[in-house]
Structures are given as structure tokens and as C-alpha cells.
Design a protein around this ligand. Structure first.
Ligand SMILES: [Mn+2]
Length: 317
């Protein structure tokens, strides 16, 4: 990727590091994927699709790019899964310390181990909302705890993890999975209340980690391990919009785009999804962002992103 590019081709004045409220960090890592390789090409395909996207969002009546979207240099550390995770952790932490709304685009799902670690250090009582076809709860896999199959094991131990859309797992993961906080795809299909129930289980601060294979392969075939029976577009956005309206979403990552050069529609889906989530986030700036929640003592403050870091207000680039 060349640094002169901007997300969606937005004017450079909306992509400056100092003035942008949003950081879009790419981690084009594909070191541990087991089947189809190609998640390292996801960000380029996502960016290319974004350039053909219209920047006015009908649903929120907004142009969220005017918040500014800064793209730092991609994280390219790949000497080992552990080194990559630590690099992501540190770089995400650096941008969080500058009070940015930090978003991350993969790469494969192992990058989320580093992103979640940084968000969990920064935000109190963090809920991790995990949308995925796969449970990703192995403590270690193929000799590493930083494998994509382990993406949310640490989150299951350290955060309030809520899993949505799961339809594939190993029997060994039954010892880790919290069945009260997992919404299996086969149950969601017949449950009118899954959205309400999932939202009721969230604390106020929510980080969203979205593996694109949570979507049905009919609309999202471009993933390493597609699984039938996934979520469709409108129901997913209805759910996520509610989460953004009712909770304080502190950041999100989108992973596992494995682009296919002869079908670019999934790349557009990823770009539109990213832009939709930003539109939902900043649509709530002056609105109903703060719903009641027992876990957060200062929910009515616009700066309710309670820092656990000391150098909270360092805004220099
Ligand atoms: Mn997955």
C-alpha cells in the first residue's frame, strides 16, 4: 500500500493524523491460516472497493468521512505470530492514547488478540462482541497461542465475551465456551429475541471483532473458511446499529477478507460495512449514546472512555 492513498479516496484534508478522529490501521498478516491463503491481500481489495463507494450514508443522513480517517503505515511485523500480536498491541495502544476512535482491518483473525488486549487495557469492564462462524476459543493451536483458531481465547478469560453467529467449533472448545453468552447460528434462525438478549448481556463499553465469515457465503464467499448458514446483510446491520445506539462502542476490527479477483462484490461488502459502522458510531455523538448500564459509573460524560493508561492525553503525532 502506498501512503498517498486515503480511505475511499477522501480528500487529504480529511486524512491528516492530527485532525482525524478515526484511525484505520491495517494488519495484512496471514501467517497462521490453515486453508485458503490470501487474507494478506484483503486490505488492498477493501481500499480499492472503498474508492468506488458513495460517501453519503442514507440511513444516518451523514457523511462520516468528515470526522477524518487517518491511515497509518500497516503493521508488517511477521517474524512470528507472537511478535505480530505484540506489535499490534503496542500500535493500537499508541493510537488509543491519542484519543482516536481506532479501527483495525486484517489480515487474519489472530491480529485481534493484540487489538483486544490493547482495548481491554484502556477501557473498563470491556465487552468483546465477537461475530464469527467459528468459536476461535482454542487456548493454543499448532504450537502457538497466537493462532487464528485462538483469536478470542484470551478475551474469554479477560473480558465479557459475547459470541454471535457461531456454527463451527471443535469439541475441545466446549470446555471454554460459555453457552449462556453464545448465539449459535442454528438457534438465531428461530429466536426472535437474540438481539435483545445479546445486548442485555453487554456492559457499556463494547469492542466489536467481526470475522467476515460470520456472513453467509452467498454474500461473503471471500473468506478463508466459508461456512453455510451465516448472517445476512440487513439483520447484521440492524443488530450492530442497535449496539452502537445503546452502548459505547469503543472500537472495532474487521478480519479475514480473502479477496477473489473475479468477484469483487464481497470487497464492496467489507468497505460498505466498515463505513456503515463508522456512520453508526458518529451518528450518536450528540444523541442517545449513553444508555443506562450498571457497569460504568460515568456514562453521561462525553469522555466516558475511562483510561487505564497514564499518558491518556498525549495527542501528538
Ligand atoms: Mn471465522
Amino acid at each position: 500500500m502506498k501512503t498517498h492513498k486515503t480511505f475511499a479516496g477522501i480528500p487529504k484534508e480529511f486524512a491528516k493524523p492530527e485532525t482525524s478522529n478515526i484511525v484505520l490501521l491495517s494488519v495484512p498478516y496471514d501467517g497462521t491460516s490453515t486453508w485458503q491463503k490470501g487474507a494478506d491481500k484483503g486490505f488492498e481489495a477493501f481500499l480499492e472497493a472503498s474508492e468506488n463507494m458513495e460517501l453519503y450514508d442514507i440511513e444516518t443522513d451523514s457523511e462520516v468521512y468528515k470526522q477524518g480517517i487517518y491511515m497509518p503505515e500497516p503493521v508488517t511485523e511477521n517474524s512470528s505470530p507472537e511478535a505480530m500480536v505484540e506489535a499490534v498491541h503496542q500500535i493500537v495502544k499508541k493510537h488509543l492514547n491519542r484519543n482516536k476512535f481506532v479501527t483495525i482491518f486484517g489480515g487474519e483473525h489472530s491480529i485481534s488478540i493484540g487489538t483486544i488486549r490493547a482495548f481491554n487495557e484502556r477501557f473498563n469492564n470491556l465487552t468483546v462482541l465477537h461475530l464469527d462462524a467459528h468459536a476461535d476459543l482454542r487456548k493454543s493451536y499448532e504450537g502457538s497461542s497466537c493462532n487464528h483458531a485462538c483469536a478470542v481465547y484470551e478475551a474469554s478469560q479477560e473480558t465479557n465475551l459475547i459470541q454471535v453467529g457461531i456454527r463451527s467449533m471443535d469439541v475441545s472448545e466446549k470446555t471454554v465456551i460459555d453457552t449462556d453468552r453464545v448465539y449459535f447460528a442454528h438457534e438465531m434462525a428461530y429466536d426472535d429475541y437474540w438481539m435483545d438478549n445479546a445486548i442485555n448481556q453487554m456492559t457499556n463499553n463494547v469492542f466489536v471483532t467481526l470475522d467476515l465469515d460470520v456472513f453467509d457465503p452467498s454474500i461473503m464467499p471471500s473468506t478463508g473458511t466459508p461456512e453455510p448458514g451465516g448472517l445476512l446483510w440487513n439483520e447484521t446491520l440492524e443488530f450492530l446499529k442497535r449496539v452502537f445506539e445503546e452502548k459505547n462502542v469503543v472500537g472495532f476490527d474487521i478480519v479475514e477478507l480473502c479477496p477473489n479477483p473475479i468477484n469483487k462484490a464481497p470487497d464492496f461488502l467489507a468497505a460498505k460495512l466498515y463505513y456503515k459502522l463508522l456512520s453508526y458510531k458518529f451518528n450518536n455523538v450528540d444523541g442517545i449514546e449513553n444508555s443506562g448500564d450498571d457497569y460504568d459509573e460515568d456514562i453521561n460524560s462525553p469522555s466516558n472512555k475511562l483510561s487505564k493508561f497514564r499518558d491518556f492525553n498525549n495527542n501528538d503525532y
